[in-house]
Design a protein around this ligand. Structure first.
Ligand code: PMP
Length: 406
């Protein structure tokens, strides 16, 4: 391990509290991550010192806020190695980024009888917007199937595509299982038929270095709150050539050049897709969060989280009748499991009584649960501020819970 875990934990005040008279063990990082003090301080500084609406402002505070807002865009550009800052579009989160593309890309590029491809491993956010768009445009939604071990049946992708396939939209990492999908191969197969690719990076951005130019991916989406930044801010990266062709998603202020009652002309990128007052403070918070991650180093983070996952996977097998999903494939630090016939919800509720926060249920991936014919799983998901000691507390608590429930 290349970083000082005690020092890191001091940066996250929320971790140092008791829940139900036990030290909090926060293992729900796939749902949302905690925020370091540099992020909460940046929010406080913004609201206490230079809160102001951005762009077109003539006054000092507005210029300060605009600079911070646009500097953040440049930082995010570098963070994912986009070619241009105007290819970074601010949204509310991954969900809105995907909805934007589903609306706007479809309107420009998808006709009746066309099809797009998603996978069996998708979050509802990467299913429903496409279903809605397919319904509106009379297009077909095709699904790349999964294997029992939690991986995708990549060999089927080529056969699913034909000359009417307009897009492949797949997650980089599965939130329910942690599966790291073979995105380079997926992009290469799609591009061999000139089909663009959208990657849902909600679960990847805090664990894996993303280089959109090296990937040569057309769209990449993520949420700030999954990468130690505030809720309410997200990113859509899109290749300039495509974004330029796509019509605006929402109308309003900021996205226009000129408005009259007869005709409106639209603003250039990125503003064409940023109607209305944006969440300026959250953008500044995202900038700070990404700086924090960059300082730790995504390689260090991944190596440490791998250690945590390996340790937790080993220890959880001390529990009788435990079933671990996607155990033997390449994945991020997600431990999705069931114990015997015990309902996942009951495990989650009792763990909470012992101060341990995990998520239970279908994790917004009902098709995965249907595939396994289960109601849901218990999901423990780790971040770089978690420790092996916390995993020990979790395992001891889980043993007690299973004793009580079985
Ligand atoms: N995709 C994946 C893989 C996710 O894990 C999530 C959040 N759980 C989303 C999309 C949606 O993200 P948000 O709710 O932040 O828009």
């Amino acid at each position: 391990m290349n970083f000082d875990i005690e020092k890191i934990r001091k940066d996250f005040p929320i971790l140092h509290q008791e829940i139900n008279k036990r030290p909090l063990v926060y293992f729900d990082n796939a749902a949302t991550t905690q925020k370091p003090s540099v992020v909460t301080q940046a929010l406080a500084d913004y609201y206490n010192q230079y809160n102001s609406n951005i762009h077109r402002g003539v006054h000092y505070l507005s210029n300060m806020a605009t600079d911070a807002f646009e500097n953040a865009r440049k930082y995010i550009q570098l963070f994912i190695n986009a070619k241009n800052a105007h290819e970074i579009i601010y949204t509310k989160g991954t969900t809105e980024s995907i909805n934007l593309v589903a609306y706007s890309f479809f309107k420009r590029f998808v006709k009746s009888g066309d099809n797009i491809i998603i996978s069996a491993l998708e979050h509802h956010s990467n299913i429903v917007p496409w279903q809605m768009a397919c319904e509106n445009h009379k297009a077909q939604l095709r699904v790349l199937p999964m294997n029992e071990n939690g991986s995708l049946q990549l060999e089927k992708l080529n056969d699913l595509m034909d000359d009417k396939t307009r897009l492949v939209a797949i997650n980089h990492v599965s939130n329910a299982l942690g599966t790291i999908n073979p995105i380079k191969e997926i992009i290469s197969i799609a591009h061999s038929k000139n089909v663009p690719v959208l990657l849902d990076g909600a679960q990847a951005i805090s664990h894996i270095k993303v280089d959109v130019q090296e990937l040569d991916v057309e769209f990449y989406c993520f949420s700030g709150h999954k990468v130690f930044a505030p809720m309410g801010i997200g990113i859509l990266y899109g290749k300039e050539s495509l974004l330029n062709e796509m019509p605006p998603y929402q109308g309003g202020g900021e996205m226009i050049k000129e408005v009259s009652f007869e005709k409106t002309t639209y603003n250039e990128l990125p503003f064409k897709f940023e109607a209305g007052t944006p969440s300026v403070g959250d953008v500044i918070g995202l900038h700070k969060a990404l700086e924090y991650v960059q300082k730790l180093g995504l390689e260090n983070i991944a190596a440490y989280e791998d250690e945590l996952l390996e340790y937790a996977t080993k220890r959880i097998q001390e529990i009788q009748d435990v079933r671990i999903f996607a155990k033997d494939i390449s994945k991020t630090a997600v431990l999705s499991f069931l114990v015997g016939k015990i309902h996942p919800y009951d495990i989650g509720v009792l763990l909470d009584k012992m101060g341990i926060a995990v998520r239970t249920g279908h994790h917004c991936t009902q098709p995965i649960m249907d595939f396994y014919k289960i109601p849901g799983t218990v999901r423990a998901s780790f971040a770089f501020y978690n420790t092996k000691q916390e995993i020990d507390l979790f395992i001891e608590a889980l043993k007690k819970v299973c004793q009580i429930l079985s």
